[in-house]
Design a protein around this ligand. Structure first.
Ligand code: URA
Length: 271
């Protein structure tokens, strides 16, 4: 079994059926045409976003960036940090109450000059224990999703989260999403990471990442299939791997989104 087949099997998308008389399906890792996306188009280029900022093409539902003079200078200071200072500041951060409930901060991992940035929600139990994003079951699926488009963790890929500290779990041990104020406090770190990495494409994994980065609260389904703009960087929205583990039939849509992201990463006419 070759690697593509293994990946498609993992995504529960194998075998690729071929209707008689139609061209054979293209091997997974070479496919860039997302089926069912004929009506989905890249919007006209939006103006560059303010560096602090969160986009623009809709009502902003999350709290604006912190507004007091102190918070403003914090955000500005973070925006000027280099990697070592940024890592140290995140490591020592106790700016919101999440830090008290977790073992350590989870900064992010990967190639600091990556073209691809994948953004999740926040660390879970495994990530909290190991200090690295997406190392649990959802992480295994994310690694396979990366492989499906010929990417590998750490090679031209950076993985980070909206918040760096593990949010609490509810009574049934379900991981809660971070609260808007926790997101607003932590977001300047990710914004600085993006400023330093300068990725060519951002893939938002799940609703929390999408709405935090886009600054609008919308159903995830309505955000898929569009090339959004984050400070001039194309941003694609897809399902969170943890959701895909709970809803395997949705993996086919995630596959569409990944193909769409490959297209957005290499728009026609660009090498
Ligand atoms: N889920 C996330 O959103 N991020 C992780 O790092 C792990 C699970």
């Amino acid at each position: 079994m070759d690697r593509n087949e293994a990946v498609l099997r993992e995504l529960k998308l194998y075998p690729l059926w071929q209707r008689r008389g139609e061209p054979a399906p293209v091997a997974a890792a070479q496919t860039v045409q997302a089926p069912g996306y004929a009506a989905l188009t890249r919007p006209a280029q939006l103006p560059a976003q303010p560096v602090s900022g969160i986009t623009v093409d809709g009502p902003v539902a999350l709290p604006a960036a912190p507004a007091t003079a102190d918070d403003k200078s914090r955000e500005q200071r973070i925006g000027e940090l280099g990697w070592p200072q940024l890592k140290a500041m995140v490591r020592d951060c106790a700016a919101c109450k999440l830090r008290a409930g977790c073992a350590q901060t989870v900064f992010g991992v990967g190639d600091e000059q990556a073209e691809w940035l994948f953004v999740g929600e926040g660390p879970g139990a495994d990530e909290d224990a190991q200090g690295e994003p997406f190392v649990g079951q959802a992480g295994k699926l994310l690694d396979n999703m990366l492989l499906a488009i010929k990417l590998r963790r750490g090679q031209n890929v950076y993985i980070a989260n909206i918040v760096k500290c593990r949010p609490p779990v509810d009574v049934s041990d379900k991981q809660l999403p971070p609260k808007p104020d926790e997101i607003a406090t932590c977001l300047p770190y990710l914004q600085r990471q993006i400023g330093l990495i300068k990725p060519k494409i951002i893939v938002a994994l799940g609703k929390t990442a999408a709405t935090a980065l886009l600054g609008k609260d919308a159903a995830l389904g309505s955000l898929r299939g569009t090339v959004h703009d984050y400070c001039g960087i194309p941003l694609i929205v897809t399902y969170h791997p943890a959701y895909l583990l709970r809803s395997p039939p949705e993996k086919a849509k995630a596959w569409q989104d990944l193909c769409f992201a490959v297209q957005a990463h290499q728009p026609q006419g660009r090498a």
